[in-house]
Design a protein around this ligand. Structure first.
Ligand SMILES: [Zn+2]
Ligand SMILES: [Zn+2]
Length: 426
C-alpha cells in the first residue's frame, strides 16, 4: 500500500499562486511555485518548502501565478526543474520583467533566475524523465503555448496535475490531450468550476461585430490583453476576420511573439500567426503611439490586460473622452484591478475621470469551464482521489458538489493553504 503526501503551499481556495508538493518516502516533487498580487499590487508568496526536501520541480507554464516564486528556491540550492523549452524561454522574460517591477518585495535576484534556468531540463510533450523514485511526463494542457499537465509516477501510483488547462482548440494552441490517461490521484485547477463559457463562435462573432461598429464610424478600439497568450489569440482572430483593418500591437507582447514564433511545434496556427505579426503593425516608440491616437479607425492590442500599467494605460487616457472610441476587455479582471473598476464604475481609479468611450467585456477564457473540467475528470482512468485547487472558495464548493454527484466512490478534497493530505492507496 502506497502512502502519498500532498502539501498545499499555494492555490488552496484561491485562483493563482499555484504551489503543490507531492511526496512519497521523504522527498517531494514540487508542482509550480507561483505568486498572487494583493490589492496594493504587492506579490504574495507561497508557503515555504526547504529546497533539500525536493527531488525535482515540474513547471506547468510561464504565467507568474505558476512561476513567480521559483527563483527563491535557487538562492542556496540547485534542484532540477522540468518544463517545455518554450516555457523555459518565456519564464526568463516573465521573471526578469517581474523582478524589474516588483523587485523591492522579492527575496531573489537576477542571478537566482539564471541559476534556475541553468538547472532546467527541457522536455517535449509525452516524453519522460526520472529523478530517484519519480518519473515525470509532460502532456499538452491547451492553456497557452508550452503549457503542460504533469504526470508523476512513483512506485505503482500515478498522480496527474493539470496546471491551468483548456479542453477546446483555439487558434493559438490545441486543446488538452484527454485520451484516457491513467492516474490514481488527480490534482485539478477549478478556476471556472461553477460556470460554462458561452460558445467561442458566438463570442468571436459578437466581438468582431462590435469592433466593426466602432471602426466603421471612425472610432479607435483599444484591446488591453495579457502579453502572453491572449494578445496572440486576439491578433489571430483579427487577422482571420478583419485582415484589411489598421491593427497595431504594443507592449511586452513584442518580445514574447519572437519566442513563440521560434517554437512552431507549440502553436496551433503557426503560419497564420507569422503572417498576422508581419502584416499588422508593431508599435516601436512613443512617437508612433501619439500618431495612432490622433488618427481614426485603429485597433490597438496592448498589454497590460487588466490596465495595471503598460502602453494600454497611455492609449486609454488618450481615447477615453470620446464616446465614438471603445475599450474592449478580453481577459479576466482581478477584483481590485483598474480593469475591474472600469467595468464596474466606469473609471480606472477614483478621481481619475469618467471614461466616456464604450466599455465592454468578452469571455475569451483560456481555462476550461465546468463542462470541460468534468470531461477531463471523466477521461482519467483508474481514478480514486481528486484534489481541487486554483479555485475561489465559492466556486470550488459548488464544483466539489457537482463532482460528488457524478463520481461514485471517489474522494474529493478542496484543501486550504497549509493543509497536508495523507492519501493511502490500496
Ligand atoms: Zn493560473
Ligand atoms: Zn495560466
Amino acid at each position: 500500500m502506497a502512502q502519498i503526501k500532498i502539501k498545499i503551499l499555494g492555490g488552496g481556495r484561491e485562483v493563482g499562486r499555484a504551489a503543490v508538493a507531492v511526496g512519497s518516502n521523504g522527498k517531494y516533487v514540487l508542482l509550480d511555485y507561483g505568486i498572487n498580487f494583493d490589492e496594493k499590487d504587492i506579490p504574495q508568496l507561497p508557503l515555504h518548502i526547504r529546497p533539500n526536501e525536493l527531488a525535482a520541480v515540474a513547471v506547468s507554464h510561464a504565467h507568474l501565478d505558476h512561476i513567480g516564486a521559483l527563483p527563491m528556491l535557487y538562492t542556496s540550492a540547485r534542484i532540477p526543474a522540468v518544463m517545455t523549452k518554450v516555457t523555459k524561454e518565456l519564464s526568463k522574460i516573465m521573471l526578469s520583467d517581474f523582478l524589474k517591477i516588483s523587485g523591492y518585495y522579492l527575496p531573489f535576484e537576477q542571478v537566482d533566475i539564471e541559476m534556475m534556468l541553468d538547472s532546467t531540463i527541457d522536455l517535449y510533450y509525452d516524453s519522460e524523465i526520472s529523478f530517484g523514485d519519480y518519473t515525470i511526463k509532460l502532456i499538452n494542457a491547451g492553456h497557452i503555448p508550452g503549457s503542460a499537465m504533469t504526470l508523476i509516477e512513483v512506485g505503482d501510483t500515478r498522480i496527474l496535475y493539470t496546471g491551468d488547462v483548456n479542453t477546446i482548440d483555439t487558434r493559438l494552441v490545441k486543446g488538452a490531450f484527454l485520451d484516457g490517461i491513467k492516474a490514481d490521484i488527480l490534482i485539478t485547477e477549478g478556476t471556472y468550476g461553477n460556470s460554462i463559457h458561452p460558445s467561442r463562435e458566438e463570442i468571436e462573432k459578437e466581438f468582431i461585430e462590435s469592433v466593426r461598429e466602432v471602426i466603421d464610424e471612425g472610432g479607435n478600439v483599444l484591446i488591453p490583453a495579457f502579453s502572453l497568450g491572449r494578445s496572440q489569440e486576439i491578433l489571430l482572430l483579427l487577422y482571420e476576420k478583419l485582415r484589411w483593418a489598421n491593427v497595431y500591437y504594443d507592449g511586452m507582447v513584442r518580445v514574447i511573439n519572437d519566442i513563440l514564433v521560434s517554437h512552431p511545434e507549440y502553436l496551433n496556427r503557426y503560419d497564420l500567426l507569422v503572417r498576422a505579426l508581419k502584416e499588422f503593425r508593431m508599435v516601436k516608440n512613443s512617437g508612433e503611439r501619439r500618431k495612432i491616437v490622433k488618427s481614426e479607425s485603429n485597433i490597438i492590442v496592448s498589454s497590460a490586460g487588466m490596465l495595471k500599467g503598460g502602453p494600454a494605460v497611455y492609449y486609454l487616457k488618450k481615447i477615453m473622452d470620446d464616446p465614438n472610441n471603445a475599450v474592449f476587455l478580453v481577459s479576466y479582471q482581478g477584483p481590485t484591478t483598474p480593469g475591474r473598476s472600469l467595468l464596474e464604475n466606469g473609471y480606472l481609479t477614483e478621481g481619475g475621470g469618467q471614461v466616456k468611450a464604450r466599455v465592454q467585456w468578452f469571455d475569451f477564457s483560456s481555462h476550461a469551464g465546468a463542462d470541460g473540467l468534468i470531461k477531463l475528470v471523466k477521461s482519467v482512468r483508474g481514478l480514486s482521489k481528486v484534489v481541487l485547487i486554483h479555485s475561489e472558495e465559492e466556486t470550488g464548493l459548488v464544483f466539489k458538489e457537482k463532482l460528488r454527484e457524478i463520481l461514485n466512490d471517489i474522494d474529493i478534497y478542496f484543501p486550504v493553504n497549509g493543509d497536508e493530505l495523507l492519501i493511502d492507496l490500496n
